[in-house]
Design a protein around this ligand. Structure first.
Ligand code: HEC
Ligand code: HEC
Ligand code: HEC
Ligand code: HEC
Length: 169
């Protein structure tokens, strides 16, 4: 074997051994116990604190809003999609019934134009609704930079909720 090929083979074998050693050192200890993943990842995830209460929970106390929402276009949206994770809010309200909620536990009310635009802003990559066959999986798109932006009366920027009820748009 010519010398330069020997050097090449030697370098490759050297690198291979180096990588195998490195892999053994860096591999998390629980990798491969159950399969091709880190077993501890399951434990870590089950130990994470719950954040969301679920729609049924919100409905218990806010049944009028639920009743309103379920008749409208937003019927398929869960409360926490807009209001954010509410488990602590729900638990506190249940435990201390009648007591005012501390500020940290009042939920966000996404009432700015940009909040609605998250879902409704026209986007070429989103499927368009053809012939107005709404099945609540497609979303009607508007251009939030144009659609009723400025009030003629006040000359100020309007909020979406000035005209649309978020629970029954
Ligand atoms: C045990 C009863 C209870 C449960 C469960 C509950 N809430 Fe509330 N919620 C309240 C009370 C009490 C208030 C404060 C008084 C009010 O504005 O009606 C409140 C207020 C709110 C507000 C208004 C906050 C503000 O700043 O005006 C929102 C939004 C809200 N809840 C959403 C939710 C959502 C979403 C859920 C489900 C994750 C939920 N709530 C679960 C009792 C509850
Ligand atoms: C599309 C987003 C959206 C969804 C879904 C939604 N909300 Fe709201 N909610 C809002 C906005 C925006 C406001 C603030 C309205 C305002 O400022 O007048 C609000 C206000 C509220 C308030 C304050 C009182 C009121 O009537 O203004 C409560 C309580 C509330 N929502 C509960 C709920 C519950 C319970 C659900 C699920 C059944 C829900 N919301 C679903 C957007 C949403
Ligand atoms: C998480 C996504 C989401 C958010 C956020 C959201 N919507 Fe919707 N909206 C939907 C879906 C889904 C529908 C049902 C399909 C449709 O009609 O476009 C809908 C329907 C509507 C409609 C009825 C359209 C029609 O068919 O005439 C209006 C109006 C509307 N939303 C306004 C709002 C406003 C105002 C806000 C902000 C407070 C908002 N939406 C926030 C998902 C969203
Ligand atoms: C001045 C009142 C007003 C404001 C403010 C307003 N809208 Fe509308 N919106 C309407 C009216 C009226 C219609 C129905 C006629 C039309 O299509 O223009 C409508 C229609 C819609 C539709 C259905 C479009 C379709 O294809 O049928 C959506 C979605 C919508 N609005 C979302 C929004 C969002 C999101 C905002 C805030 C960024 C907003 N609107 C602000 C009055 C308003």
């Amino acid at each position: 074997m010519p010398l330069h090929i020997k050097r090449l083979v030697f370098t490759f074998v050297g690198l291979l051994v180096f990588f195998i050693i490195l892999q053994q050192i860096l591999k998390p200890h629980s990798f491969g116990v159950q399969g091709h993943f880190r077993e501890d990842a399951i434990k870590e995830n089950t130990q994470r604190a719950l954040q969301y209460a679920g729609k049924a929970n919100c409905t218990k106390c806010h049944d009028s809003i639920h009743a309103e929402k379920k008749e409208g276009y937003h019927s398929t949206l869960n409360c926490e999609v807009c209001h954010g994770p509410g488990l602590k809010h729900a638990q506190y309200a249940q435990m201390f019934e009648g007591k005012e909620l501390p500020d940290s536990l009042t939920l966000i009310k996404p009432n700015e134009r940009k909040d609605c635009a998250i879902c409704h802003q026209r986007n070429a990559a989103r499927i368009k609704i053809l012939f107005d066959t709404i099945d609540n999986t497609m979303i009607h798109q508007i251009d939030a930079m144009e659609h009723n932006l400025i009030s003629k009366k006040t000359k100020k920027e309007r909020r979406c909720i000035d005209c649309h009820n978020p629970h029954q748009p």
